[in-house]
Design a protein around this ligand. Structure first.
Ligand SMILES: NC(=O)C1=CN([C@@H]2O[C@H](COP(=O)(O)OP(=O)(O)OC[C@H]3O[C@@H](n4cnc5c(N)ncnc54)[C@H](O)[C@@H]3O)[C@@H](O)[C@H]2O)[C@@H](O)CC1
Ligand SMILES: Nc1ncnc2c1ncn2[C@@H]1O[C@H](COP(=O)(O)OP(=O)(O)O)[C@@H](O)[C@H]1O
Ligand SMILES: [K+]
Length: 499
């Protein structure tokens, strides 16, 4: 699923109106009716719905929803948030229809007019949608705070009011915190950025029937990775195969006290379909690794407690480097030599990334199309500070182009940057905020690379599977109870959900 900008969606509205021979009022009726159907599904009859409608088309949607609620016997109170006297035509048309039914919106013009909102009410926020062009200030801002502090379950129509589709609100701007956002045609980028995602606890996409052909023709850098997209990447195994068909992964990492990290990565690689897996670790890790995973082969470095040479006599299909290595000079030099010798795309994580950050000249030697998996702090070391999340996204886009790499920026929503594209993953949960889940992610992506998935697909699919395995683990044993090893243990079941 592509993510469109506000201006693309506004244009798609116009084109669909022309192509389908309908009026904008009819499109509004269709959009708002579909939103109403969702609301009715979750509505308890005893609840009072308080609708706050702006005076543009987002407000128009709210008026249509109010009419439909009233028609189906719900208790609805409608407020027109009169921040200006300029009303959109479709707002006016729907206002008339509502008044004809005897439901006249109460006009709010100042703080004294605010109604009481109880925690038991349902609030529909139809104040501003994608037409927002400046931060909400003055008494409407106070209304937003009034709604946010009411404790009422708040459903935003299209966008939480006050949230821009293409910039981060400033500290003084008021923004609705939506429990649910019913968003038209596709999710907006701000739903996924760390600085703005908290305004949308949950979202549901409402297909309002815009012209499919036109939407498909639109360019967008941003795409969602959900179940459908993951299933399209998945290559089920053939019957006539042997372990050699699924690649040999070499996992290089670890140091004294951090051998567990590479063990997790290797275990996950095997549980994600890698045919063979060899661990390359300092000597001190030999017995723990052999004991923890009998299926893995183990090679040891000359170094007792840290990597110092990285010499091996095998031809792996993919090398993964960096978990738990530390950044010692000998390890850095050994990594530099490994980079010089490696031609195939590899995966670099954790201290591998920190070594690259401290020795930027090494970036030139990272094989093209390699996958780097930083969390935000590691990213900052790699690319420097950013002003806000939009600036960060642009900086990462430039970085991946400059070095021809793929960046997996980990977070509650993980972003995969590849060429012009940015893929946003929607599987996963807060139970994954636990030590070692990043090591597990490296294991999945490495295993997919070894099985012949392209680096872009391996990154995108690996991130999805990692989140899905986390979701399955959380559903069974709870977010607090799960540890990163559980994510590895649920990996097979994550693949099975795609069959
Ligand atoms: N036919 C259509 O165009 C459709 C539009 N739809 C709805 O229309 C919405 C967009 O409607 P509009 O373009 O009318 O815009 P909004 O209803 O989001 O905003 C209304 C107007 O308020 C003004 N404004 C913006 N920020 C302000 C601020 N901080 N303080 C005071 N005034 C401010 C702007 O001039 C803006 O045009 C969508 O989000 C969606 O809900 C849907 O009904 C689907 C069909
Ligand atoms: N709240 C969350 N929701 C979804 N995924 C999460 C959340 N918190 C962390 N994760 C995932 O867990 C992993 C954590 O990786 P990382 O920070 O490198 O941890 P570690 O260094 O302990 O291995 C990432 O893949 C990240 O996307
Ligand atoms: K809204």
């Amino acid at each position: 699923m592509k993510i469109f900008s506000a201006s693309q969606l506004q244009k798609a509205d116009k084109i669909s109106i022309d192509n389908q021979g309908i009026t904008s009022e009819e499109l509004m009726e269709r959009a708002a009716t579909r939103a109403f159907n969702e609301i009715e599904n979750i509505l308890d009859e005893n609840k009072t719905v308080k609708l706050f409608c702006g005076i543009g088309n987002n407000g128009g949607d709210g008026l249509v929803i109010a009419r439909l609620l009233k028609n189906s016997g719900h208790k609805a109170q409608v407020y027109a948030v009169n921040y200006s006297d300029k009303r959109s035509n479709d707002f006016l048309a729907n206002n008339q229809k509502l008044e004809k039914m005897g439901l006249k919106p109460i006009v709010l013009k100042a703080e004294e007019d605010f109604p009481k909102i109880s925690a038991e009410d349902i609030v529909i926020d139809a104040i501003f949608g994608i037409g927002l062009n400046r931060g909400i200030k003055g008494w409407p801002a106070k209304l937003v705070h009034h709604i946010n502090h009411s404790g009422a379950f708040t459903i935003a129509i299209d966008m939480p009011s006050g949230l821009f589709s293409d910039q981060v609100p400033s500290e003084n701007d008021a923004v609705i915190k939506a429990d649910l956002c019913l968003t038209f045609q596709g999710p907006k980028l701000v739903f996924f950025l760390p600085q703005t995602m908290d305004y949308v606890n949950e979202f549901k996409v409402i297909d309002i029937g815009l012209d499919k052909q036109y939407l498909e023709s639109l360019d967008s850098s941003y795409e969602i990775t959900g179940r459908l997209e993951a299933a399209a990447i998945y290559k089920p195994r053939k019957k006539n195969t042997h372990k050699g068909n699924f690649g040999h992964t070499l996992i290089v990492g670890g140091s004294y006290g951090k051998i567990g990290s590479v063990i997790l990565t290797a275990k996950t690689a095997l549980k994600s379909g890698a045919g063979l897996c060899t661990l390359y670790i300092p000597k001190c890790g030999y017995i723990p690794a052999q004991t923890a995973i009998p299926e893995v082969m183990v090679l040891t470095d000359e170094g007792e407690e840290k990597l110092s040479e990285i010499e091996f006599d095998l031809e792996p299909d993919v090398i993964c480097f960096g978990m738990g290595t530390g950044k010692d000079l000998v390890t850095k030099e050994a990594f530099g030599r490994l980079l010089e010798r490696t031609k195939k795309p590899m995966l670099v994580d954790a201290d591998g990334l920190n070594i690259l950050s401290e020795n930027k000249e090494l970036l030139e030697s990272v094989p093209k199309n390699s996958v780097l998996t930083p969390h935000p702090k590691e990213l900052q070391r790699l690319i420097g500070e950013w002003k806000d999340d939009f600036d960060k996204v642009n900086k990462v886009k430039s970085f991946v182009k400059k070095y021809n790499l793929i960046i997996v920026l980990k977070g509650a929503y993980t972003f995969v940057f590849s060429g012009e594209k940015v893929f946003i993953n929607i599987s996963g949960n807060s139970g994954m905020a636990t030590a070692g889940s990043g090591d597990v992610l490296s294991g999945v992506i490495t295993a997919l690379l070894s099985q012949g998935y392209s680096p872009e697909n391996a990154a995108r699919f690996g991130v999805y599977l990692h989140g899905k395995a986390g979701d399955l683990a959380s559903a069974d044993i709870g977010a607090e109870g799960m540890i990163s090893g559980d994510i590895a243990n649920y990996m097979g079941r994550a693949f099975k959900t795609l069959i």
